[in-house]
Design a protein around this ligand. Sequence first.
Ligand SMILES: C[S@@+](CC[C@H](N)C(=O)[O-])C[C@H]1O[C@@H](n2cnc3c(N)ncnc32)[C@H](O)[C@@H]1O
Length: 257
Amino acid sequence: MIDDYQEFVQSIKRKTGIDLALYKEAQMKRRLTSLYQKKNYRSFKDFFTAMERNSDLLNEFLDRMTINVSEFYRNARRWEVLEKKIFPRLLSSNKKLKIWSAACSTGEEPYTIAMVLSNHLPLSQISITATDLDTNAIQKAKIGVYAERSLAEVPDAIKSKYFKKEGQFYKVADEVKRTVSFRQQNLLADPFESNYDLIICRNVMIYFTEEAKDKLYHKFNAALRPGGVLFVGSTEQIFNPQQYGFESEDTFFYQKR
Ligand SMILES: C[S@@+](CC[C@H](N)C(=O)[O-])C[C@H]1O[C@@H](n2cnc3c(N)ncnc32)[C@H](O)[C@@H]1O
């Protein structure tokens, strides 16, 4: 017999197109159970029935299942590798790079890409696509205003050049904001563009099942041009990159062969 959670997974897929079965089950079930209990529902079934009538509840569900934590220059040493090693190689053959920040959350990551690349190219020549499942996160990204804790790893020179302090918050400069186009996209369901030079997908694949990750690595490989690079998060090392048509270029950077 199909259990309460499995039934919820199917109902959510029908309603939103989001397939929770592609996320690690124990973790997701725990997060969502604590949400429905906090809201005083007795089961996933009751929770879903209420969600059908109340769109705020659907939003709360989306907010709980998408973990939006991010920061500028997350794992700063990796961004140095991107700046000093990966970008120089990519730029040696092509000055108009096609770049995608996949699962960009509230925008810290694509804006960091622009700031790092601005050490090689004028901002007016930089264009980055940034996507996320969560439209609320994308709204925040477009506003581009952040609390100080998100900037802990930002080098001082970049902080004074590209951020303006407004009260307690920091606003990203318009010339940086103009380099990024945001749109909603589900990595586990929607088609990808092709011919990317660089795809940055960090700190989301840890939530996916092995099967979902396996498919995604193949799709990322197909979306890159030969020589293009996939940059993953610092807990997301790919153990057998050759299997997906990649070779390791540096820790957490994979070059398409
Ligand atoms: C922890 S954040 C990572 C943000 C940023 N990449 C970083 O490393 O700081 C994970 C993001 O993945 C997004 N996400 C979760 N499932 C997704 C999916 N199927 N497709 C696209 N984005 C997804 C969430 O909405 C969330 O914004």
